[in-house]
Design a protein around this ligand. Structure first.
Ligand SMILES: O=C(CO)[C@H](O)[C@H](O)COP(=O)(O)O
Length: 228
């Protein structure tokens, strides 16, 4: 079974956490694509009344085309549940996100949600974060100076480009630097340091955010619950 099929298994299971009347947050990525399909099927079949906020125009378009009512975060009350993918999750439920470049909107939506659930294939569960390059969203002004500061800290920044060689631009027209760190033994320390670097808009360390993770395995979904 390939990773995509495991993503679908996790997404189908996560869709069962959606309840009638919920205000949902919808993440971004290939796993969320399957989730939106599964939620939309439940809306059709069961007549669920849902309202949702999306973390990217891609997800917003897919969800509204499938009949899910989408609104702007500014018009939404606190979200009941946000379901999103992740790039790496450690055993203590800390995560790296932003592989798709939507980390800023994803973090804003996550932090405005009572509950966060992540959906991943089994390859994303790791003993320690950091093998996946940590994305940070940075403003273009002063990029070379910020890059030097990150290099001096041995964080190995690489400016993200699209497949055609053009610079990758985020929703807010910022750049992404991917930090090739290798391992992050103390994610809270690194997260706090990055929080204080002027020019860094947001980083992809999502710490103490998700309490539930649904992992797709060939044998079926596994639900991991963080201790309270
Ligand atoms: O953080 C993200 C986008 O910014 C995604 O959730 C993450 O990259 C996982 O993507 P996929 O489900 O395609 O593997």
């Amino acid at each position: 079974m390939n990773a995509d099929q495991m993503k679908q298994i996790a997404a189908e299971k996560a869709a069962t956490y959606v309840e009638d009347g919920m205000m949902l947050g919808l993440g971004t990525g290939s796993t969320v694509f399957y989730l939106v399909e599964a939620v939309a099927r439940r809306v059709q079949a069961e007549g669920l009344q849902l309202t949702a906020v999306a973390t990217s125009s891609r997800t917003a378009k897919q969800a509204s085309e499938l009949g899910i009512k989408m609104i702007d975060l500014n018009d939404a009350p606190t979200l009941d549940l946000t379901i999103d993918g992740a790039d790496e999750i450690s055993a203590d439920f800390q995560g790296i996100k932003g592989g798709g470049g939507a980390l800023l909107l994803e973090k804003i939506v996550a932090l405005n949600s009572r509950r966060n659930l992540w959906i991943v294939d089994e390859s994303k569960i790791v003993p320690q974060l950091g093998a996946f390059p940590l994305p940070i969203e940075v403003i273009p002004f002063g990029l070379a100076k910020l890059t030097q500061r990150l290099e001096a800290e041995d964080l190995h920044p690489v400016l993200r480009r699209q497949a055609n060689g053009e610079l990758f631009l985020t929703h807010n027209k910022n750049y992404i630097l991917d930090l090739h760190i290798g391992n992050i033994p103390h994610p809270h320390v690194l997260g706090e340091w990055l929080d204080h670097q002027t020019g860094v808009v947001e980083h992809g360390l999502f710490l103490d955010v998700a309490k539930t993770v649904v992992v797709g395995h060939p044998a079926g979904p596994e639900v991991l619950q963080a201790p309270r």
